[in-house]
Ligand binder design. Sequence first.
Ligand SMILES: [Fe+2]
Length: 176
Amino acid sequence: MRKVTLVDVFKHRITQKYLQRSGIHHAVTVAGYALEMAVEAGVDPDLATKSALLHDMGHYEWYRDGKWDYEEYRKHDIHAIKGAERAHKLLIRLGEDRTVAKEVSLAVLLHTDSYLPFELNGKRTSLQEVVRLADEKDEQPGGLHHYKQMDKSEAIRILHQLDLEVDQADYENDVS
Ligand SMILES: [Fe+2]
């Protein structure tokens, strides 16, 4: 049985604070894609969905003079580093298993290499690759995916459904 559910993670005030910036819609959608891809790839669905839900929680305000400056943002971007730290802190506070917290944190850190001076192609674990692909699937040009809207109640409804599917996938793994 999992110690912490996606709904637990989502409802925490740290998540609520930081997910607003990168968008609840994007986070929840990527978690859904990650579940499908994890089951397909034989990756732990609990780790994949948590990492996907939290992958962009390191985003910060990217407005300058009241205007969104995407180029400027990208130049100074360290959102994956901030996100990895925040995700780890959040999960430990929620009482998550330390191994899970570290795996999720690393998947958040490596979901993109756009901030690194080298590429990560071929170096990611299967979990990290699932999170990268799930994120890529929801991406839109110019970062528009961060602006799609989703109510908190709708997010909780979808995440509860994903929790049930993760539990089911875990159960099927255990009995096979
Ligand atoms: Fe993303």
